[in-house]
Write a protein that binds this ligand. Structure first.
Ligand SMILES: Cc1cc2nc3c(=O)[nH]c(=O)nc-3n(C[C@H](O)[C@H](O)[C@H](O)COP(=O)(O)O)c2cc1C
Length: 327
């Protein structure tokens, strides 16, 4: 089943919205590696409505990132409508996604994110308000329910579809589970069965082969990948190869990993400014890019102390020196 916006493959691979990770630099790297669709991290509708600069910066993207969705959250249907209208007018993404999944306490206390799942009438009202405020397709991303007692992804999904959602992404865990346990792919299959709109499966994809498994297991219209691509955007490349019936390419060498890490870092400097903050926030990506390499814990210890990208480059060169001598 087709998504409500154009994208390159009939079975799309979607980079998950992830606060502090799926920002423009990483989105661009993932698009280049084979992600078909990307999303912004979740943005507060109240902050958008009040035109808070740092929040609006989160809605910025470059043309190479398209197709892109901007994700908004909030429990006030009016604020959500206003935010959707502003995003449509000023940023014109391919679609607007509503976050009904965020489990973070600060967010759910005000009924944002998965907090809304305790009141499905409110959920329907929010979706209708957003749909009425934009000509763009409105999609939703949610969890399987608030807790085990109220876990009912099919009922939630049907309400969201009835309210006007054009695609549905399920992270098949409840709010109270946070990230514990396993995502229940059987639930994704049941929702696929029940809905007329495309369903994107999400949860616990760690390797390219998991994407093929999820597709077979659930018959979903596409797969969204989050934590599995931390430091490993090659997962998109490998999955596209498997989906096209080819073997997965060889894993990236240390040199390739460093080269993409530095490309990512330079994008971050260009897009987010050459500030100390950009570098400090980038340290986590360096940790992820070097995971599993020979001597990676010593390497990470050094990378976690860098104050400039030049320092990371020097550390990488030093690491590669003995390899270069053997080669
Ligand atoms: C660091 C981090 C930040 C996240 N931020 C968001 C977010 O802004 N919006 C959202 O809908 N989900 C967010 N999520 C949830 C992911 O989009 C995804 O649903 C979840 O990680 C499960 O997928 P995975 O098993 O492939 O990681 C976040 C997850 C992580 C780990």
């Amino acid at each position: 089943m087709q998504l409500p916006y154009p994208c390159a493959h009939s079975f799309p691979l979607v980079l998950a919205p992830m606060a502090g990770v799926s920002e423009a630099p990483f989105r661009q790297i993932c698009r280049r590696m084979g992600a078909d669709v990307v999303l912004s991290e979740f943005l507060s509708s109240e902050a958008i409505r009040r035109r808070i600069r740092t929040t609006l910066e989160g809605a910025e993207f470059e043309p190479v990132e398209r197709p892109i969705g901007i994700q908004i959250y909030g429990s006030d249907p009016n604020a959500m409508a206003e935010a959707a209208a502003l995003i449509t007018e000023h940023y014109s993404p391919e679609f607007i996604d509503i976050n009904f999944g965020c489990p973070v306490k600060k967010v759910v206390q005000r009924n944002g994110g998965s907090g809304c799942l305790r009141d499905l009438d409110l959920v329907a009202q929010i979706i209708r308000s957003v749909v009425g405020a934009t000509h763009l397709p409105v999609t939703v991303k949610t969890r399987s329910g608030w807790n085990d007692q109220t876990r009912d992804p099919v009922a939630i999904a049907l309400r969201m579809q009835d309210a006007g959602a054009r695609a549905f992404t399920l992270h098949a865990r409840t709010r109270t589970q946070m990230f514990s346990g396993k995502a229940d792919w059987d639930e994704i299959a049941r929702v696929v069965e029940a809905l007329d709109i495309p369903v994107i499966g999400n949860g616990d994809v760690e390797a390219a082969a998991d994407i093929v498994r999820m597709r077979e297991h659930t018959r979903c219209a596409g797969v969204m990948i989050g934590r599995g691509v931390f430091g490993n955007p090659w997962l998109f490349r490998d999955a596209q190869a498997l989906l096209a019936g080819h073997p997965a390419p060889a894993p990236p060498s240390a040199r390739e990993r460093f080269s993409v890490a530095l490309e990512h870092a330079r994008l971050a400097i260009r897009l987010q400014g050459d500030a100390r903050r950009t570098v400090l926030e980038f340290r986590k990506h360096l940790g992820w890019y070097t995971r599993g390499l020979h001597g990676s814990s010593a390497l990470r210890q050094r990378l976690f102390q860098i104050e400039s990208i030049g320092e990371a480059e020097a550390i990488f060169l030093e690491y590669l020196e003995p390899i270069a001598q053997v080669a």
